[in-house]
Design a protein around this ligand. Structure first.
Ligand code: 13P
Length: 398
């Protein structure tokens, strides 16, 4: 069960002055290691999927595993899209199970960043999903050396941060105060005065990108000044790579499984080190008690079609699947036919929503209204509709 509302999780961290680790994952080894690391610390954790990594795995295949791992875990978990490329990326990530999204429009001029972020917020909040905004520019791509990437660091200013949050309604804000993604040549100099001023002005959970390479004191001071989420990847990737290199030097390392044998332990050790350093250890029970659980909703419609040939009914269903599946917050559209021909209802729709707010957003969405009024309701007057909050999944019983 322990998928929880990401906004609630971050507000808990902000109020109690610790930071949740948002660890980018690129494989099952990362997923298992991150969850086990969080469980070993009894800490909340964010499983983060960065769009820059989608070249290395199929998100559609990985997400069911991410969701299963989250639901099965003993600690509270949120699932986040990191550095999404577009509104459509965010919609797709929500459909696949994310309950937090960040679409990176920070390289755009202020007004464009505000306009695009506000659009993301409208869509995501209608799905009950938390939104992270970013202001300023943190150079680099997670997992690669920042200096290979163009663009100098642009610091977040207090005035822009205040205006941006007021105009967009984001739930948390990633700030640029001197970190880079990947490694920086020399020691990163962080502008704590700027961070303190932003925190005093916003009173909102702040996010740091580019966690790799920062020292213990720097992390402590970041958290003192309102950082409640730390994005972290490169160090995990390096720990995994080092473990593989060590094995590869052995003549009897064996095949693939031999080479990756130590990868999970290496990632897990780094995850644990970070979680303890960032103050998350021992918080799981309190987070579970204080944060809203994240429940999908099943929108169930049982119906009969009056005077309609089977082929026409099937065509109507196919059209419905195509149109309804694209509505924000819709995770799945299944159609079914009664096994027993004498059943009270012949057909069903099972439409899975990401969370409760989607019930209303879906009902009023123009694509739903058009399909329902034009193709469905006229032939399906005999129907019953119920929304169910899904409280339990069978993998939790194991
Ligand atoms: P690092 O790769 O520097 O740890 O940063 C990760 C990150 O910020 C992902 O968004």
């Amino acid at each position: 069960m322990p998928l929880v509302d990401m906004g609630d999780m971050l507000r808990h961290a902000y109020t109690h002055r610790y930071a949740v680790g948002a660890f980018d994952l690129v494989s099952l080894d990362f997923l298992q290691a991150i969850i086990e690391g969080a469980e070993a610390c009894d800490a909340p954790v964010i499983l983060s999927l960065a769009e820059s990594h989608f070249a290395y795995f199929d998100l559609e295949l990985l997400m069911p595993a991410v969701e299963a791992a989250a639901r099965r875990s003993r600690v509270p978990v949120a699932i986040h899209l990191d550095h999404g490329a577009s509104l459509e990326s965010a919609r797709r990530a929500i459909a696949l199970g994310c309950n937090g999204v960040m679409v990176d429009t920070s390289s755009q001029p202020f007004a464009a960043n505000v306009a695009r972020s506000a659009e993301i917020v409208r869509m995501a909040h209608a799905c009950g999903v938390t939104v992270e905004g970013e202001l300023g520019y943190v150079p680099g791509v997670e997992g690669e050396d920042a200096e290979r990437h163009p663009g100098a660091l642009v610091y977040t200013t207090v005035e822009e941060a205040r205006d941006y949050v007021a105009q967009t309604g984001v739930d948390c804000l990633a700030v640029s105060i001197g970190t880079v993604h990947g490694h920086m040549r020399g020691t990163p100099e962080l502008d704590f005065e700027r961070l303190a001023a932003i925190n005093a002005a916003l009173r909102l959970p702040l996010v740091i990108h580019g966690g790799t390479g920062l020292g213990e004191t720097q992390f402590r001071r970041l958290i003192e000044h309102g950082v409640a989420k730390i994005n972290y990847y490169t160090a995990l990737s390096e720990a995994a790579a080092a473990a593989i290199r060590r094995r590869a030097l052995q003549t009897d390392a064996g095949g693939y499984t031999g080479l990756v044998r130590d990868v999970q332990a290496a990632i897990r050790a780094e995850v644990e080190r970070c979680i303890r350093l960032w103050g998350g250890a021992g918080r799981a029970a309190d987070v579970l008690a204080q944060c809203r659980p994240w429940h999908n909703v099943e929108h169930v419609i049982l119906y009969n079609t009056a005077g309609m040939a089977d082929a026409d009914a099937h065509a109507m269903m196919a059209e419905g699947q195509r149109v309804l599946a694209a509505i924000p917050g819709v995770r799945q559209v299944a159609v079914g036919e009664a096994v027993d021909e004498a059943a009270r209802y012949r057909y069903c729709w099972l439409i899975r929503f990401s969370a409760q707010p989607v019930i209303s957003a879906y009902k009023h969405h123009p694509d739903h209204v058009d399909f329902a009024d034009r193709l469905f309701r006229p032939v399906a007057a005999d129907r019953v509709t119920v929304d169910f909050a899904l409280r339990s999944h069978n993998q939790e019983l194991s």
